[in-house]
Design a protein around this ligand. Structure first.
Ligand SMILES: C[S@@+](CC[C@H](N)C(=O)[O-])C[C@H]1O[C@@H](n2cnc3c(N)ncnc32)[C@H](O)[C@@H]1O
Length: 179
C-alpha cells in the first residue's frame, strides 16, 4: 500500500476511535441523546421566565431544540449549547444554521462550560451528571440565575417551582431552581 494511503487510513481509524470513545463516554457516564418532546420544551421555556436579551445555556443540547425554541420566542436571546455526541452535534449544527447570530453550538464537554453571564440553564440529564453540574452551577452562575431541569431533581436542592408530570402523556416533571 502506498504510504499516503496508509497514513490516510491510520488517521481515519484514529478519528473513528476518538468518536467511538466520546460516544461511549456520553452514553455510559453522561446522558444519552434522548430529545425532549417539543411540548415539554415549550413548558420549560414558559417555566424559565425568559426575558429579551438573556443568555441561556444547554449543557447537553442534542439537536439544539431548546435553544432554537427560546430564540424563536425571544429573538434577542443568546444561547450556547454543548454537545459531545457527534451525530446530535451535526443535527444541531444543521438545525441552528439559521440562528447563527444567536446560537453558538460547541462540540465540547460541558463539564468545562463557561458560566459567566448565563441567566438560564436548561438541563435534561441523569441524576449523577446533574448533581456534578449543579455543584459547578452553584459556584459559577450569577445570583438570580435559574436552572430548569426536566425529569430529574437536583439532589439536596429545593426547587422554586415544580411543573407536575403528565403521566398519561408520558411526560415527566419540570423542576425550576434559583441560585
Ligand atoms: C437527554 S439528551 C437532551 C438533549 C437536549 N437537551 C434536548 O432537550 O433535547 C442529553 C444530551 O447531552 C449530551 N451530553 C451528555 N453529557 C455531556 C457533556 N458532558 N458535554 C456535552 N454534552 C453532553 C448527550 O450527548 C445528549 O445528547
Amino acid at each position: 500500500m502506498p504510504l499516503p494511503l496508509l497514513i490516510f487510513w491510520v488517521i481515519l481509524y484514529i478519528i473513528a476511535a476518538i468518536l467511538l470513545i466520546v460516544t461511549c463516554y456520553v452514553f455510559f457516564i453522561g446522558a444519552p441523546f434522548v430529545p425532549t418532546p417539543q411540548r415539554v420544551v415549550d413548558k420549560m421555556i414558559a417555566a424559565a421566565d425568559l426575558r429579551p436579551g438573556m443568555k441561556i445555556l444547554d449543557p447537553g443540547c442534542g439537536d439544539g431544540r431548546m435553544l432554537i425554541s427560546a430564540v424563536r420566542k425571544f429573538p434577542t436571546i443568546k444561547g450556547v449549547g454543548y454537545e459531545l455526541f457527534f451525530v446530535a452535534y451535526i443535527l444541531g449544527w444543521f438545525r441552528t444554521r439559521k440562528y447563527k447570530k444567536n446560537i453558538q453550538l460547541l462540540f465540547r464537554n460541558s463539564d468545562y462550560a463557561d458560566l459567566r453571564g448565563i441567566d438560564r440553564v436548561f438541563c435534561y440529564m441523569l441524576p449523577k451528571p446533574l448533581a456534578r453540574n449543579a455543584a459547578k452551577f452553584k459556584k459559577g452562575l450569577k445570583k438570580g440565575a435559574k436552572i430548569i431541569s426536566y425529569a430529574f431533581q437536583i439532589e439536596g436542592w429545593k426547587p422554586e417551582k415544580i411543573i407536575q408530570s403528565e403521566p398519561k402523556k408520558n411526560y415527566g416533571p419540570i423542576y425550576v431552581y434559583k441560585i
